[in-house]
Design a protein. Structure first.
Length: 612
């Protein structure tokens, strides 16, 4: 049996790791923390720490919850989920309910809170939270109107992946930066202005309902189906019994509701060693560590040789290096990841020079950055890849092709678009591939492209597809060279710092943009907002979403919808008004859109509706 001193040390470790987590600097993974907590449950089941609800550190006015906001117990294995279901069935039967219904909803990975009495309050320790209603003035969007309810402050995962990967380590840090910073960082401010940080009531999330048998039998498929419908970082699923009288009968502990459990599907894992750490430089200069595994391991049927370590801060904090023993996990066919560091490396090496251009690096938060923003070939190559990936209509220009071109000193978009078949053959491309590449260039030039997509392809920071469309709905493409910061700053979603950076980048890259445009590109024009407001069409001013496989080209349908005055969305939201469904449209998406009050049209019905 462990001694009293052992238990005290374990509790001290748990407190230390809990504090680090809520101060957005976790020292161990969630699974490692859960393992420590399980050890405490085995050693000392009545220890008071097991009744403590984790609490973020938030400055502001305290608020005592009228009804405690409790934590959630965990089910990490099929046996634990079955045990939860059995408990519910047993207690439901005690009050005469033989077939209770279960609900599964996504477990968001943000900051839990409650919107009540026109106030947003954090969960805090479950009994006392902090009033943070001011975040709505900063730009946090309230989903579902003024409905009172429990939910979570969370940010869009896709926005994080596109704009903040390499700048911040997790979307949850953006949420903390919104709530707890006197002056939010520029990254957080940008996300707020883009409307990508939300208070999402749990009641508005997609969900599954069904029987106890189906819950246990189909939980993996249920999880995958729900994950496809949610654009937020997730930490598993939450299963609960639906009937209120069963909930009341089962009650709660001081820590969690007994009628609810968090399903933390861990997936398959394998242990191996780090043979090497590779460092890769991206188009913005961020240098990312990749763990080369020795030996590679087979996890869920896939051979895993490499996993990302996300940033240099992770390598430093977790003491990753050659010889470190690590556990790799893969769940539900998703990207494998580092789960646990079993033994640390004896030597930690963080590069002080870019692995490609050999220029010096600098630290920015947890990341190291190449300081050579002009002549680094890695940044050049990834920038070229971003261009070809974004314009979409030049097939064949993948990473390997671009690597060969850069190695042969074709480092600009202009130089690549002037290449002929003979030039590709000189670079040792095969005859057929050379023909295909020359044809791809001509196809890209001759195929009409949306002006916003063309602009976004040049990789100007803060000017992706959505921002480019918004900009071009106020200023035409041919006037962008003379655009001023003051003009840009008046457009909703463009802040002062963002505007300054975009204007500087536009001016420096305008010669390149025009050189490519003058090769003969034809751009379809984004309607100006004044034109959109004057458009008379059945979909003018409507929020519309196309989903499923269409008989027509979907990109062309979206462009046409914009010319008819509609706003085209990329996912289901509470603002959606019309959903156009092709074949194989997601039943979950359709159900979510129907619940949001959207009109559902087939492709043929839509075509008739707009009068084609």
């Amino acid at each position: 049996m462990p001694s009293k001193k052992d238990i005290e040390q374990l509790v001290a470790d748990l407190k230390k790791h809990s504090k680090a987590y809520y101060n957005k600097n976790p020292l161990i993974s969630d699974d490692e923390y859960d393992a420590l907590q399980e050890k405490l449950e085995q050693w000392d089941p009545t220890n008071p720490y097991l009744e403590v609800v984790g609490s973020e550190v938030i400055k502001g006015t305290p608020y005592k919850h009228k009804t405690p906001m409790l934590s959630t117990s965990k089910s990490k294995t099929p046996a634990e989920l079955q045990a939860f279901v059995d408990r519910v069935l047993k207690e439901a039967k005690e009050i005469g309910i033989t077939k209770p219904t279960f609900r599964v909803t996504p477990k968001l990975d943000g900051m839990a809170g409650k919107y009540i009495d026109d106030m947003l309050v954090t969960r805090g320790n479950g009994r006392t939270g902090t009033v943070v209603t001011s975040v709505f003035k900063l730009g946090v969007k309230k989903i579902g109107g003024n409905n009172t309810g429990v939910g979570e402050i969370v940010m869009s995962q896709s926005y994080f992946d596109e704009h903040l990967e390499g700048l911040m380590s997790h979307p949850r840090n953006v949420v903390t930066g919104c709530v707890n910073a006197d002056t939010p960082s520029k990254e957080v401010t940008r996300a707020l202005k883009a409307g990508k940080v939300h208070f999402m009531p749990y009641s508005k999330l997609p969900h599954w309902t069904g029987s106890a048998t189906d819950l246990v039998k189909d939980i993996q498929q249920i999880t995958l189906d729900i994950m496809k419908q949610v654009d937020y970082p997730l930490d598993g699923m939450v299963a609960e019994v639906v009937e209120d009288n069963v909930k009341k009968h089962m009650g709660a502990t001081n820590h969690h509701h007994r009628w609810q459990t968090a399903i933390k599907t861990k997936g398959e894992s394998k242990d191996t060693f780090i043979g090497e750490i590779g460092w890769q430089t991206g188009r913005t200069g961020v240098i990312t560590p990749v763990l080369r595994l020795d030996p590679p391991v087979t996890v869920e049927g896939a051979v895993i040789s490499n996993v990302t370590a996300h940033n240099a801060g992770t390598v430093k904090d977790k003491k990753l290096g050659v010889g470190a023993k690590v556990r790799i996990i893969r769940s539900g066919g998703v990207i494998p990841k580092l789960d646990t560091v079993l033994t640390v490396a004896s030597k930690i090496v963080i590069p002080t020079k870019c692995p490609v251009c050999k220029q010096s690096t600098k630290w920015r938060n947890d990341f190291i950055i190449c300081t050579n923003q002009v002549n680094c070939s890695a940044q050049t190559q990834t920038g070229l890849f971003y261009f070809f990936k974004t314009i979409e209509n030049a097939k064949g220009f993948g990473q390997k092709t671009l690597e060969t071109l850069v190695d042969n000193d074709y480092t600009t978009i202009e130089s690549i678009f002037l290449l002929k078949k003979s030039d590709f053959i000189t670079m040792k491309f095969g005859k057929k591939q050379a023909e295909n590449l020359e044809e791809a260039i001509q196809t890209a030039i001759q195929t009409e492209i949306e002006d916003a997509r063309f602009l976004a392809s040049f990789g100007i920071p803060n000017l992706g597809m959505g921002a480019s469309r918004k900009l071009l709905s106020h200023h035409t493409f041919d006037t962008l060279k003379e655009l001023t910061m003051e003009q840009l700053d008046t457009i909703d979603g463009f802040g002062e710092k963002t505007s300054a950076n975009i204007i500087t980048a536009l001016k420096s890259r305008w010669p390149t943009i025009m050189a490519i445009y003058n090769l003969g590109f034809t751009l379809s024009k984004t309607p100006l907002k004044s034109e959109q407001d004057a458009i008379e069409s059945p979909i003018a001013g409507k929020k519309i979403l196309f989903t499923g496989k269409m008989k027509q080209n979907r990109d062309e349908m979206e462009i046409e919808a914009r010319t008819l005055g509609a706003t085209v969305l990329k996912g289901v939201s509470s603002k959606l008004e019309i959903m156009v469904t092709g074949t194989k449209a997601s039943a979950g998406k359709v159900a979510k859109a129907t619940k949001a009050g959207a009109t559902i049209l087939t492709e043929d019905e839509y075509t008739k509706f707009i009068g084609k």
